[in-house]
Design a binder for this molecule. Structure first.
Ligand code: GLU
Length: 483
């Protein structure tokens, strides 16, 4: 077994985001491909913004997508706990160590002072880097001061003149100047660590070998490396994933469409389709295949094939892909997953599962997402409501429609014992005789479905039954006569 260990460390400050899910998926595929472990750790140290309901949402969303964790707050694991708020002692331990070694220090600047300094630096065209005067304060003196003045943060004593270089597995050799980092803060208090500090302590404690995260974290990596060195930890390998962009190539946001996994789930996207789609956001198998199963993705995934350029989230492609996955389902499977989407249509009514399955199967070849079903199949479960004008084919008058519906009704009665294929032939023949088959079939189809677009009338009749079809034709005639 390999010693590869990767993680995602979402902050539970909002529902599971598309970008987080993509990062999780790439970590997962990388781990599964190499026989390593995939860990979920919850970064909930931002007490004001973190909420257990978001943690639940994130964990459930990942599970729904099929991104199973080997270790997490739910499944546990050898490095438990997997929530930062439950690991405070370990951060305090290392903070005290660094304080004693003079590698971090207490800073007593007020917010207002820091703001003022930033303004002055920007005004004089300098980078707003905070090189803190308190870095040289005697530790005993600082500790005494900290006892009476709790308005402090703990900062890292960033070494001057260092070049911090690392080999990013996607972006290659990257280097940063320590002089541009400033004395960044690592904790608000001994027992209130900030992201940069907690993340490196946890990655070490959990033996993380590869940190695969979004490109927006690149600027944090030199800070993490400095902290890791100061703590004497092992530096993991880094891979920064390209950003997920909207179709206009700006960072994906609500402006472009849904950004939370929940919204996709509610719209009836299948987890397998999203799994496949997210895997192609910045990665491809090296050829033009687009439909790849989970097993294929695990087998073929490699960091080398991740692109550097931003990955465009193509909503049209997602719809297409979801449709492909819908078509892979057996009609029983599709019915099972579709039922929650048509609940309102079925409530209080008596329809057999067999009937519902047939109706859903009728739409299966065209369906892009399950939420479309409700509006597409309602007429199988309730009488259609439509405007008389919809019955009229091209230049037809209401009288013409009544006449056509009459013909349809008669043909139906005369041939009701025949199989639907034979019935269809008879109708088509009659339509031809009438000069334009639309003038017979259009009013018939609208009478059955009440819709501008629907499957053909024979497919509908096959499920609806001849009797009900005849009643609907009768009703259509009635409203056309009254119009
Ligand atoms: N909590 C950070 C985030 O959600 C984790 C970043 C990291 O992977 O280091 O972006």
């Amino acid at each position: 077994m390999s010693n590869i260990r990767v993680r995602i460390a979402p902050s539970p400050t909002g529902p599971l985001h598309i970008g987080t899910a993509r990062t999780a998926l790439f970590n997962y595929l990388f781990a599964r491909h190499l026989g390593g472990k995939f860990i979920i750790r919850i970064e909930d140290t931002d007490l004001l913004r973190s909420d257990p309901k978001f943690e639940k949402n994130i964990l459930e969303g990942l599970e729904w997508l099929g991104i199973e964790a080997d270790e997490s707050p739910i499944v546990g694991g050898p490095d438990a706990p997997y929530r930062q708020t439950e690991r405070i002692e370990s951060y305090a331990h290392y903070l005290k160590k660094l304080l004693a070694e003079g590698k971090v220090f207490y800073c007593f600047h007020t917010e207002a002072e820091l703001e003022e300094e930033k303004r002055e630096l920007l005004e004089t065209k300098h980078s707003p880097i905070h090189l803190c005067e308190y870095r040289t304060m005697d530790i005993k003196e600082a500790e005494t001061l900290a006892e009476i003045n709790s308005n402090y943060v703990i900062r890292f004593k960033t070494p001057a003149g260092r070049i911090i270089a690392f080999n990013d597995l996607i972006r290659g050799e990257l280097s940063f100047q320590s002089d541009l980092l400033g004395d960044f803060s690592v904790a608000k208090k001994i027992d209130v660590p900030l992201y940069h500090f907690a993340v490196v302590v946890d990655d070490e404690a959990m033996d993380i070998t590869h940190v695969i995260r979004g490109e927006d974290h690149i600027a944090n990596t030199p800070k993490h490396i400095l902290l890791i060195e100061a703590l004497g930890f092992c530096i993991p390998q880094y891979a920064h994933l390209p950003l997920v962009l909207g179709t206009d190539r700006s960072k994906l946001s609500k402006r472009h469409g849904a950004t939370s996994i929940d919204e996709y789930r509610e719209q009836g996207y299948l987890p397998e389709a999203l799994f496949n789609f997210l895997a192609l956001l910045g990665w491809n198998p090296g050829d033009n295949r687009e439909i790849l199963s989970k097993e294929e993705l695990i087998r073929e995934f490699s960091i080398e094939k991740i692109q550097k350029a931003g990955a465009v989230f193509d909503f049209v492609k997602l719809d297409w892909m979801n449709g492909e996955y819908i078509r892979k389902k057996t009609s029983d499977e599709l019915t099972r997953i579709a039922l929650p989407f048509i609940e309102t249509l079925l409530s209080g009514k008596q329809f057999s599962l067999d009937y519902i399955t047939k109706v859903i199967a009728l739409e299966q070849p065209r369906l892009k997402k399950l939420s479309e079903l409700l509006e597409k199949i309602d007429y199988f479960f309730e009488e259609p409501q439509y405007d008389v004008s919809l019955l009229l084919w091209k230049k037809m008058t209401a009288e013409n429609a009544v006449a056509a519906l009459d013909v349809a009704k008669k043909l139906l009665e005369q041939n009701k014992e025949k199989p639907i294929t034979a019935m269809k032939e008879i109708f088509l023949q009659k339509g031809k005789e009438m000069g334009d088959k639309g003038s017979l079939l259009w009013p018939l189809r609208v009478a059955l479905s009440g819709k501008k677009a629907s499957p053909d009338p024979f497919e509908i009749m096959e499920i609806l039954g001849i009797e009900k079809a005849a009643r609907r034709i009768e009703y259509a005639k009635k409203i056309a006569v009254l119009s």
